[in-house]
Design a protein around this ligand. Structure first.
Ligand SMILES: C[S@@+](CC[C@H](N)C(=O)[O-])C[C@H]1O[C@@H](n2cnc3c(N)ncnc32)[C@H](O)[C@@H]1O
Length: 420
């Protein structure tokens, strides 16, 4: 039975996973994929092809695909431009050593007690805009206590719990992924119990999700960097399976992965972050600018090439869409190049709206696939419910705020085997 036939046996609403909530997230990252859905698809693929040894995700985010791949015994390779994403993914993939963790937590608690009042305040640009002074002192204590941990995997786990703490006690709103200061009255009312929150979070997270120090034989290769560059270093026809959820080009508007991550990143010790370019932490939007479609370059010559996907979008907004499509095309071509003939590329994606027009990213992927020698094997359509996405996107002139995407597509492409 073909993969398409197998996938079609599932009831249509099976893929909605409407009851699914990601309750065990170590750090709540934007636009996280539905883990059981990826698990199911990868399982079906490897059940049908026992020669698959490795899985590549060029945009790992918090690492959902690689986690599922690893659980199923595959070697995993993943990239992300955002150092917070690679920290979270690595921490989960590598697990934390069972042996030693209790002693480390006890020692951390002791250092926390000893450090109160004895640590100088951490500092970075505009820190006082984003954190109250008492909270800066408490977070500095936590930071110092974590730096005293000698085991790198345990330290990474502590940094992840710290990232959640930093987000929670910052002055930025939780209703958006963008940095947007809360009302002054809310900021004044913030109570500093950040050290208690942090220690509780460690206890819960340890119990919930990383208590199994799962050691598999699979290799883990997670790199922080630009997929455009990293993919070009991979050999032709060398990857068994590609599975990812690409960014959709709204990293400057609604799903600002970089702005979401920058405050924790400015608190975490640089030595424990794989910052591949120091400029990334130089301002609050540098990561989003370095991300796919973040930098607007040669727009004019390409507007015709992408005209089909720009209908109804005003010229000023077209530029951003073009920049994204252009970057994305270069990544897609590389993915097709490195995939082994006959093997599969699985993309979970959605169509965002620009100027209240749907950008047919699903169609764009189908068109690109055809151009580079991939054939569409199957498409799964699912209704999005639990995904951590803003329900509304910013206001559009004369219309007010508009709904963001409500459907997601899983596109399965197979690389044509010219010899097969
Ligand atoms: C949709 S998210 C992936 C979500 C992920 N699948 C999950 O479940 O958490 C897309 C990711 O692409 C990353 N990204 C954007 N541009 C990139 C680039 N040029 N190279 C590598 N990663 C990039 C973003 O930082 C973001 O984490």
């Amino acid at each position: 039975m073909s993969l398409a036939e197998k996938l079609s046996l599932y009831a249509e609403d099976y893929w909605d996973f409407s009851e699914y909530r990601n309750e065990t997230a170590l750090v709540r990252y934007p636009a996280v994929m539905v883990a059981p859905m990826q698990e199911c698809i990868i399982k079906e693929i490897i059940a049908a092809d026992n020669t698959i040894d490795c899985i590549l995700d060029p945009f790992i985010g918090s690492g959902t695909v690689l986690n599922e791949g690893k659980k199923l015994g595959l070697n995993v390779i993943g990239f992300d431009i955002n150092p917070l994403a690679t920290l979270i993914a690595k921490t989960q993939l590598e697990g934390i050593p069972q042996h030693g963790i209790h002693d480390s937590i006890n020692a951390l608690n002791t250092r926390l007690i000893m450090s109160v009042g004895n640590v100088s305040a951490h500092n970075f640009f505009n820190i006082k805009k984003w954190f109250n002074e008492d909270i800066i002192l408490s977070l500095s204590v936590i930071r110092h206590a974590i730096m005293g941990e000698s085991d790198k995997r345990i330290r990474n786990f502590f940094w992840c719990c710290f990232a959640e703490t930093v987000k929670r006690y910052s002055n930025t709103r939780t209703s958006t992924f963008k940095l947007h200061a809360k009302e002054a009255s809310q900021i004044i009312a913030t109570v500093d119990d950040s050290i208690d929150f942090f220690t509780n979070h460690i206890r819960q997270q340890y119990k919930k999700n990383i208590c199994n120090d799962i050691i598999t034989d699979g290799k883990i290769n997670v790199v922080c960097g630009d997929a455009k560059q990293l993919l070009s270093a991979i050999e032709d026809n060398s990857i068994d399976l590609i599975c990812t959820s690409p960014p959709y080009g709204d990293n400057h508007t609604t799903v600002t992965y970089g702005q979401f991550s920058i405050l924790p990143l400015l608190w975490i010790d640089n030595k424990d972050l794989s910052v591949w370019d120091e400029r990334l932490l130089g301002n609050f939007s540098a990561i989003d600018t370095a991300s796919l479609g973040g930098a607007i370059k040669r727009d004019r010559e390409n507007s015709n090439k992408y005209a089909n996907y720009l209908i109804g979008i005003s010229p000023s907004k077209q530029k951003k869409v073009i920049a994204f499509l252009e970057d994305y095309e270069s990544v897609f071509r590389n993915l097709a190049r490195i995939l082994k003939p006959g093997k599969l590329m699985v993309l979970t994606l959605g169509n965002r709206r620009v100027d209240n027009q749907e950008v047919r990213f699903d169609r764009f992927n189908d068109d690109l696939a055809e151009k580079v020698g991939l054939e569409l094997d199957s498409t799964i359509t699912r209704n999005i419910s639990g995904k951590r996405m803003p329900k509304k996107v910013s206001a559009v002139k004369n219309i007010g705020s508009v709904n963001s995407m409500s459907k997601e597509y899983v596109k399965v492409y197979r690389k044509v085997d010219v010899n097969g």
